[in-house]
Design a protein around this ligand. Structure first.
Ligand code: DOR
Length: 448
């Protein structure tokens, strides 16, 4: 393969500076960063006026394959990633069959090898019957524990089982922290036997205390066993305040764009499209989550891309499924916030790329450095565009952000040195790679 040169874009350096530079990509790696790079090649991107960032690593997605491909599959999902500047993803185990052992993990990896144009990693789901497999399957980014908001084998709402999971092994445990007991109780009290209700009740039933109780429980176990813990899609001020006090160096937490940019007022315009787990919260929660990101209580951003068809979403609450798509909008949403002065471009990139790579021990990704993987996204911060459902690559064909005017949309996405998205077109010729995860030593992160 010929060299690739990206000429004259503003390049985000690890220092946070954005000088105008050329970047040379040789094979799968970043080979040189400098001024006036001249090499013999036909592969040249004119980056002038554009900004070059590390590719986004989305650490929480639900891509539905195998078993639920009518909602999404690994091809459509990876196309959506490419369009959104997401060059790597970590995917959740609630597929059909569930990803709970070596065979189901190997099957997913094989499917991704065949279909995904971006890099991939997969979680194993904790159940009552796979404790041994949790620590041994490879490659695996971590153990997913649904403390609530799940049914069937993946629901771990039993304290003894939860404690056993934390007590054995050392692999990262990622928790969906909602207290199932409280949710059950409140569902009965608030909904009773109603067969249909306003979706705003979702935020009342699965309230902020349900989230706090579960987060507290997970943090207590993590402190007791000094166990690497990651709290998925943290959504409340209560949890931010709690973590500010009790978060150990081996605990990380993430937030979704939905919980930063949307709140319970979205039910009026979006109805059940605004329904997700954990639910949308108040404006005060939005503000606390932003503050948490700013001061490092929250480490990074995940989309929780959870596509459901419009037909499914049209069912009346509570029969409508929870979840929203997100991989195509996370980067422009965050860059728009940066352009509006809420944060800097360097912070956005730390939250979407660098901090994720560090937290999951993904080597040589998340920053633009010589010798590191050429996973890159070239965005346009000078043009504003409306999010349109018809333009989306996700199979579900809708977004909670449809109609929003945003900037910072990707113009080119590069994965392992290959262009997979260029100015509106997906280039499906290449395939991504399985991600590798370095072991985590508590209190002593293994550096990139
Ligand atoms: O809203 C959600 N939907 N939250 C989750 O954690 C799961 C997801 C799904 O898979 O649909």
């Amino acid at each position: 393969m010929q060299d690739l040169v990206i000429k004259g874009s503003q390049v985000l350096l690890p220092t946070g500076e954005l000088p105008q530079l050329d970047v040379l990509v040789r094979g799968e790696k970043i080979a040189q960063i400098g001024t006036e790079i001249t090499v013999e090649t036909d592969r040249v991107i004119d980056g002038r006026g554009l900004t070059l960032l590390p590719g986004v690593i989305d650490p929480q997605v639900h891509f539905r394959e195998p078993g639920l491909e009518y909602k999404e599959d690994l091809q459509t999902a990876s196309y959506a990633c490419a369009k959104g500047g997401v060059t790597s993803f970590l995917e959740m185990p609630n597929t059909k069959p569930l990803t709970v052992d070596g065979a189901t993990l190997a099957d997913k990896l094989q499917r991704a090898r065949e279909k995904s144009i971006v890099n991939y990693g997969f979680f194993i789901g904790a159940t009552a019957y796979n404790l041994e497999e949790l620590e041994t399957v490879e490659p695996c980014c971590g153990i997913k524990v649904f403390m609530g908001s799940m049914h069937g084998d993946l629901l771990v709402d039993n304290d003894d089982l939860l404690e056993r999971i934390f007590a054995q092994g050392s692999r990262l445990i990622a928790v969906h922290a909602e207290d199932q007991g409280r949710i059950r109780q409140r569902r009965e009290a608030i909904l009773g036997h109603l067969s249909a209700a306003h979706p705003c009740l979702h935020s009342l039933i699965q309230d902020d205390r349900a989230a706090l109780l579960a987060t507290q429980k997970a943090v207590r176990l993590s402190l007791k066993y000094r166990r690497r813990l990651h709290i998925l899609h943290l959504s409340t001020k209560l949890e931010v305040d709690y973590l500010r006090q009790y978060k150990a160096p081996w605990i990380t937490a993430e937030v979704t764009p939905q919980h930063l940019f949307l709140n319970t007022s979205a039910y009026e315009t979006l109805g059940t499209l605004a329904q997700m787990n954990p639910p949308l919260r108040s404006e005060a929660d939005n503000a606390a989550l932003w503050q948490g990101l700013q001061d490092g209580v929250l480490d990074f951003i995940a989309t929780d891309h959870a596509p459901h068809t419009l037909e499914e979403k049209a069912k009346p609450y509570p029969h409508s499924p929870s979840g929203m798509p997100g991989v195509e909008t996370s980067l422009p949403l965050m860059l728009t916030a940066a352009m509006q002065g809420k944060c800097t471009v360097a912070q956005v990139s730390n939250w979407l790329s660098r901090n994720v790579a560090i937290a999951y021990g993904i080597p040589h990704k998340g920053e633009i450095r010589v010798g590191w993987d050429a996973d890159l996204v070239l965005v346009d911060l000078n043009h504003w565009q409306t999010v349109e459902s018809a333009q989306l690559q996700t199979k579900c064909g809708w977004s909670p952000f449809t109609g929003w005017q945003l900037t910072g949309f990707p113009q080119y996405t590069i994965v392992n040195g290959q262009i997979v998205y260029a100015q509106g077109k997906i280039i499906p010729a290449t395939r991504g790679k399985p991600l590798q995860f370095l072991p985590f030593v508590v209190g002593n992160r293994v550096a990139n």
